[in-house]
Design a protein around this ligand. Sequence first.
Ligand code: NAD
Length: 356
Amino acid sequence: MAEPGVKDHRSEQVRVRFGRAIRRDLASEVSRLGARKALVLSTPQQSDLAFEASEVLGPLAAGIYTKATMHTPLDVTEDALEHLQASGADCLIALGGGSTIGLGKALAYRTDLPQITVPTTYAGSEATPILGQTENGVKTTLSDPKVLPEVILYDPELVTRLPIGMTVTSGLNAMAHAAEALYAENRNAATDQLAIEGLETLVQGLPAVVATPEDLDVREATQRGAWACGTVLGQVGMALHHKLCHTLGGSFNLPHADTHAIILPHAIAYNARAAASELTPISRILKGDPPGAALYEFAKSLGAPLALRDLGVSEADLDRAASLATQKPYPNPQPVTRDDIRALLQAAWAGDAPAF
Ligand code: NAD
């Protein structure tokens, strides 16, 4: 539980701010939450950011923990929890992509401490109450209001450090949330609007970022798109695309954003047979039809990876992947059959245009 004196952060709306060098406002954000000491989280690769934040925090810093790891493994969370308790922190700051934000969420889930996130990718985890955790190689997902961060600071200077390859795949990862939101069972007019806004912003922004990666205005625009896509991910249920990426990522230890980038056109093409009208915004925004083919051409034009085989998946793995991906039923516009998923995977493995 939060220490006495720390405000009931869940009674408030999420506070979202955009701006150059806004990460330098961390001390005032910690105070605004009524907290006294913040533990800063990062991956080992981004420890420089954690050190910088700790300096900015001055007397409000409770230390840093720089071992955040992809897919939030339980042993890392337990180690971080010990560190957190010893530090006396009453607030968490996650500086990084979905992996670091995932660790912050795992700690908040266990302690109910408030979280400030400073996202450095477009994955969108900062805007959802969803937490994925891995134990003994098995990833499970939960949704809990405790997990939703209280504050998001989008600093475009931080995403300029994201290499172009990952900028593209992470942007496509964000677009995947919005694309699946368009046919979600529990969608509504507001979520449709948010999804369309996210897609429009990223379809305009990603080619501009590829052309001028250092342009902070363009970077900030893509962060606004990622916020919309992440927010809609937190509001509606996902289907085939996210389930497939979850299975492939977990079973074959594939990089998260690359897997999303490769699967997206195939999953959308698969579902366009049953959700053609829901997916018309994608064709309109990309000026291409059908939507799966339009997404494939868009990804190709950005230089995104197109083939699962380039991530190290062997053709012999596809049968097992198709079986794993069709083991448990879930809501999806187009019925999910093993044969169809096997055909989808074959095209995604080879880097071909969508099979459907
Ligand atoms: P990531 O956080 O794993 O980052 C990948 C690598 O890039 C790391 O080494 C990181 O330090 C580095 N990096 C990140 N930003 C950088 C920057 N600006 N400059 C230089 N290097 C940078 O990647 P991700 O794709 O953001 O996150 C993937 C994880 O997030 C997965 O575990 C996924 O399941 C999770 N996720 C969760 C949700 C949710 O709602 N729960 C949503 C999306 C993703």
